[in-house]
Design a protein around this ligand. Structure first.
Ligand code: WTA
Length: 685
């Protein structure tokens, strides 16, 4: 399994066949594996039965489609877009190609002049084609036995009611709406309702703190905030409304006043009467939305009208509002979902991501629903009330495609062993075991390691299960229309086997169009490092067979349990603590989380090191950003290794943090080389 923090999927179309069948299939897979030449030992071949029925059954077919997508992007993507409903077809030009900042401003456009609506294409279109009674969403609550489901017809009704409510309250095309909700059905409903009326949604992950929420409210000035009173995560109740109250009152003081906070009463977590309430601003969802009409006309929008904003961390400064538009994003998420997961209408699909991140946008909500899929939405934590919960859910809903982050696989593997060792006197759920065995063990189910980013909208480098052999840990080959380039320090593209910076050469439909309110930052961050290319911020190598291997961020961004965090943000949260003079944060490899946050902290003069101070520093990060960004380790630092010009040498800090003390390298250029010895001496204090 890949060690990187990335996204994995497994397609398990045969999971509910009797054991006898799976044994046969497994044996076949082993035979194929054994029959191949020895240098193929690191490859895992797709099961032949699986490959035969796949959308892209072999490498030849992939090459044919890929070549078409590169030589004639307009033709290829027009064909992909044809399956959708367009009120009016796009103009002459399908796309704009310039990614070269030296030739002019970066302005990416796809299907410009085309008029459509993504909510219509997710719901109405699928209903019109006869899928109204198909389940769109299965919802599984935090507590066992609490569940619900919506057909496409019912989902459309619910979306229309909310859309009407938003319209009645003055939300118009182009207005932004902040959604701060956990994984209730109301979260995708809210996203779709915004899309239906042309409003721009900005989902803020419900693990972000009040200060982070406030920052986002101030940046995008929403007409309305949609939230719920509380959520249960395992046994813990989190009072979301308090967080929203604090964010709204702070943002008001900073000149951004939001007049309406639509609050869903999530009663299993908290009773209405226990919720703090501001009469003039707060409204219970259940009091108003169900009264609205279930018919709501679609607001037809241009393909290039904004669909959503999603804030993400960069290596410097405040989080950036990544802006995605409608048409290209629609076509791209739908196509990537269909091909990378080899989606078939009978599949039951579960993506464990939260809609607060890009994975939830593209592959919980839009990609699957555009394909008319049945999606499972799970409210809770994967190992509550016990480590078997995930596999129970897979079993309960007969999930055939499971998309998750390696951090979850790693934590379940760990729990899984304990569960097996500890299961004396009690049978292990056999189907769960088989599933676990097949996925983690023999891999009869293809595993797809998908590389992409908030900025890319959808998968960029991804296996197509069935089309070619996998190499565990490699994201394999580019998706249709994607031209990756590995460049050296000087921005020169390298050929063949190589290692360097991962860029993309030409635009693709799912690309983000700008950073909200700061197009200049968009151009300098992504397009000026290597002129002519989009620069991803990731390192990458390509092996002799052309497989791509992601090697991690080359900038100061850390990936903790799949959550993207800028070191600068954590540092500024630490420094906001009155007793912290200076802080430097690095990412360190972590067995389960992929990376964890390791902070070097210099207290202000005269302050003693203490466990209490550590705790209060960590708390400062929790309240500034959110619990998921809390440092795992605070390392006292009387001084930080700096160059004579005052730049912190993070390379050295990373080595100290990971205890690779014999690899510190040249420290003679430091302003004060003694600092390093002091840090080593304090490593475990
Ligand atoms: C990392 C998440 C290795 C990468 C979809 C990227 C990966 C960042 C992979 C984006 C992968 C994503 N293998 N690393 N398959 N997929 N990453 O914006 O560093 O939250 O730049 O999007 O995650 O994180 P983001």
């Amino acid at each position: 399994l890949p060690a990187m923090t990335n996204n994995l999927t497994t397609t398990n179309r045969h999971s509910h066949l009797p054991a006898r069948n799976s044994a046969v299939l497994k044996r076949k897979a082993v035979v194929i594996g054994e029959a191949v030449a020895s240098d193929d030992a690191d490859r895992i071949f797709p099961d032949q039965d699986f490959a035969q029925q796949a959308h892209v059954p072999d490498f030849g077919k992939y090459l044919e489609m890929y070549t078409w997508s590169i030589e004639d992007p307009a033709g290829f993507w027009s064909e992909m877009a044809d399956g959708f409903y367009w009120k009016k077809k796009w103009g002459q030009q399908v796309n704009s190609e310039n990614l070269d900042i030296t030739k002019g401003n970066i302005k990416i456009e796809w299907f410009k002049g085309g008029i459509t609506n993504i909510c219509y294409n997710c719901l109405d279109r699928n209903i019109e084609s006869g899928n109204g009674e198909k389940i769109a969403i299965h919802w599984e609550g935090n507590d066992r036995g609490v569940d619900d489901s919506l057909t496409y017809n019912q989902l459309l009704d619910r979306v229309c009611q909310l859309a009407n409510y938003l319209k009645e309250n003055g939300v118009k095309k182009g207005d932004s709406v902040i959604i701060y909700l956990p994984m209730l059905m109301e979260l995708p409903i809210s996203m779709l309702a915004c899309a239906r009326i042309g409003a721009v949604h900005s989902v803020v992950f419900a693990g972000f703190s009040a200060e982070s929420l406030e920052q986002r409210i101030i940046d995008c000035k929403p007409k309305i905030v949609i939230t719920c009173n509380a959520v249960k995560r395992g046994t813990k109740v989190i009072n979301l409304k308090d967080i929203v109250d604090s964010a709204l009152s702070e943002s008001s003081q900073n000149g951004v006043h939001v007049g309406l906070c639509l609050t869903y009463a999530n009663e299993p977590a908290m009773k209405r009467e226990d919720t703090k309430w501001q009469k003039q601003r707060d409204v219970w969802w259940q009091d108003v939305v169900p009264k609205c009409s279930t018919k709501c006309d679609v607001e037809w929008v241009d393909a290039e009208d904004p669909l959503f904003l999603l804030y993400t961390s960069g290596s410097t400064g405040k989080p950036k509002g990544v802006l995605h538009t409608t048409g290209g994003y629609m076509v791209y998420t739908a196509a990537t979902f269909k091909y990378a997961f080899d989606y078939k209408p009978s599949d039951i699909y579960w993506c464990t991501a939260d809609c607060g991140w890009i994975t939830g946008h593209s592959y919980v909500a839009y990609g699957p629903l555009l394909n008319g899929a049945t999606v499972l939405v799970y409210e809770g934590v994967p190992n509550y009330p016990d480590p078997g919960r995930c596999w129970d859910i897979v079993d309960k809903y007969k999930v055939t495609i499971f998309y998750t982050a390696p951090t979850l696989v790693r934590s379940l593997m760990r729990d899984g062993n304990e569960a097996i060792l500890g299961s004396v006197g009690e049978p292990i759920n056999p189907s769960a075991w088989r599933w676990f065995y097949n996925v983690v063990g023999d891999s009869r189910c293809p595993i797809s390691d998908t590389w992409w980013q908030t900025e890319t909208g959808g998968f960029m480098i991804t296996p197509l299960p069935g089309a070619w052999p996998q190499k565990p840990g490699s994201a394999t080959f580019p998706f249709f229309g994607v031209q990756p380039a590995i460049v050296d320090e000087k921005g020169k593209e390298m050929e063949g086997e190589c290692s360097g910076y991962l860029c993309v050469k030409t635009s693709w439909p799912g690309a983000f169009r700008t950073l909200f309110g700061d197009h200049e930052r968009y151009e300098t961050t992504y397009f000026s490092a290597f002129p002519g290319y989009y620069f991803s911020g990731d390192g990458c190598s390509r092996d002799k067979d052309g497989y791509y291997w992601l090697t991690g961020r080359v900038d100061d961004v850390i990936n903790v349990s799949g959550h993207r965090i800028g070191t600068a943000e954590v540092e500024s949260a630490l420094v906001s603590h009155p007793k912290c003079a200076e802080a430097a944060v690095v990412g360190v490899e972590h067995e389960v989380k992929g990376q964890c946050i390791y902070a070097f902290v210099t207290p202000v003069e005269g302050v003693e090191y203490s466990e209490d101070l550590k705790k209060s520093l960590v708390l400062s990060v929790r309240t500034n950003i959110g619990a998921f960004a809390a440092p795992d380790k605070i390392h006292w630092a009387p001084g930080l290794p700096k160059t004579r010009s005052g730049k912190i040498m993070r390379r050295i800090l990373r080595k100290i943090a990971s205890r690779q003390l014999d690899e510190l390298g040249d420290t003679s250029t430091l302003a004060d080389p003694n600092v390093v010895d002091q840090l080593i001496a304090l490593a475990d204090s």
